[in-house]
Each structure stands twice: as C-alpha cells, then as structure tokens.
Design a protein around this ligand. Structure first.
Ligand SMILES: *[C@@H]1O[C@H](CO)[C@@H](O)[C@H](O)[C@H]1NC(C)=O
Ligand SMILES: *[C@@H]1O[C@H](CO)[C@@H](O)[C@H](O)[C@H]1NC(C)=O
Ligand SMILES: *[C@@H]1O[C@H](CO)[C@@H](O)[C@H](O)[C@H]1NC(C)=O
Ligand SMILES: *[C@@H]1O[C@H](CO)[C@@H](O)[C@H](O)[C@H]1NC(C)=O
Ligand SMILES: *[C@@H]1O[C@H](CO)[C@@H](O)[C@H](O)[C@H]1NC(C)=O
Ligand SMILES: *[C@@H]1O[C@H](CO)[C@@H](O)[C@H](O)[C@H]1NC(C)=O
Ligand SMILES: *[C@@H]1O[C@H](CO)[C@@H](O)[C@H](O)[C@H]1NC(C)=O
Ligand SMILES: *[C@@H]1O[C@H](CO)[C@@H](O)[C@H](O)[C@H]1NC(C)=O
Ligand SMILES: *[C@@H]1O[C@H](CO)[C@@H](O)[C@H](O)[C@H]1NC(C)=O
Ligand SMILES: *[C@@H]1O[C@H](CO)[C@@H](O)[C@H](O)[C@H]1NC(C)=O
Ligand SMILES: *[C@@H]1O[C@H](CO)[C@@H](O)[C@H](O)[C@H]1NC(C)=O
Ligand SMILES: *[C@@H]1O[C@H](CO)[C@@H](O)[C@H](O)[C@H]1NC(C)=O
Length: 378
C-alpha cells in the first residue's frame, strides 16, 4: 500500500533508488525484487531515468533487466557492492541486460563469489558450468563504465547479439587458477570497444567468438590469464559467421599463457578471420606471445587427423616487443588445407632468456618489414 502510494505520487520522478523498492544493504537479504522493481520503473518512464544503487552490500540472487523500454537513456548508477549468494546454482547468467537500447552502467562492484563453484570444478565432482556475471544480449547502444567485476563463476562479462557496446575503465579480477573465468567474451556482435581496463583472470582476458565484427581494444593490462584470443572458432556443428575488422592496440601482457592468439578447431567447419591488427604490444614473460593454432583438438575426440577449414587472412602484427617465457615466441600452426595468407609483421622484438627467441611457421605466407626477432621466414 505504501509502495503504491509512493509510485503514484512520483510518476514524474526520473531517479529510482533501489532502497525505495525494498532493497536492504545488509549483505543478507535478497534484493532481487527491489532491483527488478526499480528497473521496471525506469524502463516504463517516458523520459531518461536513473536507477541508483547506493553504498553498502546488496545480496542479489539473480536479475534480468529486460527491455524494450519506453526511453533510450537509462543509467544504472552503482556505488555499492552487489554480491551473489556464496553457494552456486545451475543458473547460466547472474546480472543480465536483454533487449535494451541506450543503457549505461556506471561504477560499483559485482562480486560473484565464485570460489565454491571453482572448488567443485577442481574436484572430480560433476558441477554446473556456472553463471556469467554481467551479460549484455540482444541490445544496442550500451555503455559499461568503471565497473569492477570480481570472482565470477564463469565468464565475467559476455556481449552477445549486440551492437555499439562501449566498455571502459573496467577492472576484472579473479585468481589465475580459477577455471573458465574469462574476462570479456564477445560474439555475434559488432561495434564493440573495450578500453582503459585491467583484467586478471584464470582464462582469456578478452575472447572473441564467431560473428564478431568491428571490435576496438586499446590500453589493456592483461595478466594473469590466457591472453587476448580470437576463438576458439569452428567448434560448432555448422559453418560459422566470421571474425573481421579487429584492432588490438597498446596492451601489456604479464605472465600470461598467451599474448595474442588465434585458435581454431581442427574440424571441417568453414569460417574466416580477416583484417585484424595487433599493434604496440608489450610482452612480459608470456608463454606464447604470438600464436596461431589451427590444430585445436582437446581430448583428441571428433577431430583427430582433420584440418581446420577456417581461413585466416590479412593479419598485421606491428611493434610487438618484450620477453617470451618459452623458446618459441612466434608460432604459426596454420591449416594445411586453408593456409594463412596476407600475414604482415613489422618491428617485432621478442627475446627468450635475454637471447633472440625462435619462430615456428607452418602453412603461412606474408611479408615482413623492419627488424623481426625472431626471424620468421614468412
Ligand atoms: C541521473 O544521473 C546523472 C549522472 O549520471 C545525473 O547527472 C542526473 O542528475 C541524474 N538524474 C536524476 C533525476 O537524479
Ligand atoms: C556477508 O555475508 C556472508 C555470509 O552470507 C559472510 O560470510 C560475509 O563475511 C559477509 N560480509 C560482510 C562484509 O559482512
Ligand atoms: C543508437 O544511438 C544512435 C544515436 O543516439 C541512434 O541514432 C540509434 O537509433 C540507436 N540505435 C538503436 C538500435 O537504438
Ligand atoms: C552508440 O551508443 C552511444 C550511447 O551508448 C551513443 O551515444 C552513440 O551515438 C551510439 N553510436 C552509434 C553509431 O549508434
Ligand atoms: C582492481 O580490483 C582489484 C580487486 O578489487 C583491486 O585490488 C585493484 O586495486 C583494482 N585495480 C585498479 C587499477 O583499480
Ligand atoms: C590507460 O588505462 C589506465 C587504466 O588501466 C588509465 O589509468 C590510463 O589513463 C589510460 N591511458 C590512456 C592514455 O587513456
Ligand atoms: C569489415 O569492415 C568493412 C569496412 O567497414 C565492411 O565493408 C565489411 O563488411 C566488414 N566485414 C565483415 C565481415 O563484417
Ligand atoms: C579493416 O578494419 C579497419 C578497422 O579496424 C577498417 O577501418 C578498415 O576499413 C577495414 N578494412 C577492410 C578492407 O575491411
Ligand atoms: C604504446 O604503448 C605504451 C604502453 O606500453 C604507451 O605508453 C604508448 O602511448 C603507446 N603508443 C602508441 C603510439 O599508442
Ligand atoms: C611503432 O614504433 C615506431 C618506432 O618506435 C613508432 O614510430 C610508431 O609510432 C609505432 N606505431 C605504433 C602504432 O605504435
Ligand atoms: C590418425 O593418424 C594416425 C597416424 O597417421 C593413425 O595412427 C590414427 O589411426 C589416425 N586416427 C584416426 C581417427 O583416423
Ligand atoms: C606461399 O607463396 C608461394 C609463392 O607465391 C607459393 O608457392 C606457396 O604455395 C605459398 N604457400 C602457402 C602456404 O600459401
């Protein structure tokens, strides 16, 4: 009754505080209904609206922020910490934005408390895959700014079926040995930018799956983690939409398993990767600084003795320096049936143990300009 009265007298108000919808910042009470209530009010609003999450710890079991909405300027302003229940369930998503246009999320921390699920995965028990912390799906014109994502059960952020998504100044943190905790996964999306962010995880810092076009990644610190990857591609049952028009610029990798990686299954699934630029990248003790692996076949099932049908072309590597943690710093293991073409390398200087590292090149053609260490035989 009180709530109804409140709503009816504030229809003109354009800022909705979750406390007014019954949220408790006590770290114990599930505030899911309050988050949904505040979102629905903002979404119904005919004018720009804010949803505010004040300081404090809010326990949130699950939230779907769904559109379409009546306005295209909703800001979710987070000051506090949003925590997931410390046990896990079979949910695949935790905080999700779906069918929204013109939404911005600013600040705050989302702590998924993934430890219980990682413990399960690291034992031999059967465990659910886990939830992605922040998902943006089937949405356009979305900005995520200054958000901290901690200890996700699975991926920290997933951008799927969306366009014009800007991610900036995010800080993603999970232990280096936490399973499947990718930082940001992008697929079936276009016009995505990720800038000025620090990512430390147990899997890829950023990964791009099939159907990714026009991605700009700049000024990223990555490590620990598995690096920045295009792929795995070709792991599905049918031919795939390709990956094109990607720029990865000014990245520092420290102690990562890979630096910049393109990875495809050794399967007869067709697809492509084209027009990718990697530039101004620093490697600090990275296991595989530059790697193209078209022989991916974990557990050796479904793909032994097959070759990848993903065509990799027009890939440019420029100004890449630093140290490799292994002797082979540059590895092109391209498909014998779809050789890599149009690979260009310029100003590469990678060392192993303070000496020039080695390059391994299979089924690859291209050009080199300037100093290239290791020597690449393109
Ligand atoms: C909504 O948030 C913005 C800051 O992002 C602020 O400038 C604006 O005043 C807020 N609007 C209301 C009604 O609180
Ligand atoms: C939040 O609650 C959990 C138990 O649900 C407890 O383990 C944790 O210490 C609490 N954190 C704070 C900051 O109160
Ligand atoms: C995205 O924003 C631009 C500029 O405000 C607008 O023209 C466009 O219609 C929006 N796109 C969608 C799908 O809402
Ligand atoms: C992208 O979205 C932002 C809002 O997040 C908007 O200001 C901008 O105009 C959009 N750009 C395009 C090309 O739609
Ligand atoms: C990122 O978050 C982690 C964990 O919350 C924190 O220790 C670190 O200081 C943050 N880094 C930056 C650059 O904000
Ligand atoms: C690069 O990102 C860091 C945050 O990781 C930020 O402090 C710095 O200002 C950014 N540099 C530029 C040139 O934007
Ligand atoms: C790559 O970008 C170009 C130029 O904008 C565009 O014509 C092409 O369609 C894009 N490729 C894909 C696969 O989207
Ligand atoms: C390659 O991608 C860049 C953006 O990274 C774009 O400007 C350019 O038009 C693309 N070239 C082709 C041939 O698609
Ligand atoms: C190259 O990266 C370094 C950080 O490693 C940065 O300070 C510098 O501004 C970048 N240069 C260009 C041309 O982007
Ligand atoms: C590459 O390095 C050269 C020489 O250090 C520098 O002039 C150029 O600006 C760099 N380009 C990029 C894109 O970092
Ligand atoms: C793959 O090739 C190896 C060596 O040529 C052969 O021993 C093996 O039987 C082949 N496996 C399959 C599934 O064809
Ligand atoms: C590389 O180019 C040469 C000369 O154009 C050609 O003979 C060779 O087959 C090409 N190799 C691959 C792996 O494409």
């Amino acid at each position: 009754m009180l709530l109804l009265l409140f709503l009816s007298t504030t229809t003109k108000m354009t800022s909705y505080n979750i406390i007014d919808f019954g949220a408790k910042n006590d770290n114990i009470t599930d505030s899911a209904n309050a988050f949904i209530g505040a979102w629905k009010a903002a979404c119904r609003s005919m004018e720009a609206a804010n949803v505010s999450v004040p300081a404090g710890r809010f326990l949130l079991s699950r939230t779907l922020f769904e559109g379409p909405c009546n306005n295209s300027d909703i800001r979710v302003l987070i000051e506090g910490i949003i925590v997931a229940p410390s046990n896990y369930s079979a949910l695949r998503e935790w905080v999700t934005f779906k069918h929204v246009e013109g939404v911005s999320i600013y600040g705050g921390t989302l702590d998924a408390q993934g430890q219980a699920l990682w413990d399960c995965k690291n034992s031999s028990r059967r465990c659910p895959a886990g939830a992605t912390t922040l998902t943006v799906m089937h949405s356009n014109n979305v900005t995520i700014n200054g958000v901290n994502l901690i200890n996700s059960e699975m991926f920290h952020m997933s951008i799927y079926g969306s366009s014009n998504v800007t991610v900036q100044a995010v800080n993603i943190t999970a232990p280096g040995d936490s399973p499947n905790t990718d930082g940001i996964h992008i697929h079936m999306s276009s016009a995505v930018t990720v800038t000025n962010s620090v990512i430390s995880t147990g899997d890829d810092c950023i990964s791009m799956g099939h159907g990714t076009n026009a991605v700009w990644i700049e000024n990223i610190t990555c490590g620990p983690g598995h690096g920045i990857s295009i792929g795995s591609l070709g792991g599905g049952a049918t031919d795939e939409a390709g990956v094109a028009n990607i720029t990865v610029k000014t990245v520092i990798f420290s102690g990562t398993q890979n630096g910049i990686r393109i990875k495809t299954w050794a399967n007869p699934i067709a697809g492509f990767v084209t027009n990718v630029t990697f530039e101004n990248i620093t490697m600090n003790f990275v296991d595989n600084p530059i790697i193209v692996d078209q022989n991916y076949c974990p557990r050796k099932t479904n793909c032994p003795n097959m070759t990848s049908d993903i065509a990799i072309s027009q890939i440019s590597y420029m100004n890449i320096t630093g140290s490799s943690a292994t002797l082979v710093a540059v590895k092109f293991a391209c498909s014998p049936t779809k050789p890599c073409s149009g690979i260009s390398m310029q100003n590469i200087m990678l060392t192993y143990d303070n000496k020039p590292a080695l390059a391994l090149c299979q089924n690859v053609n291209g050009t080199t300009v300037g100093l290239i260490v290791p020597e690449s035989y393109l």
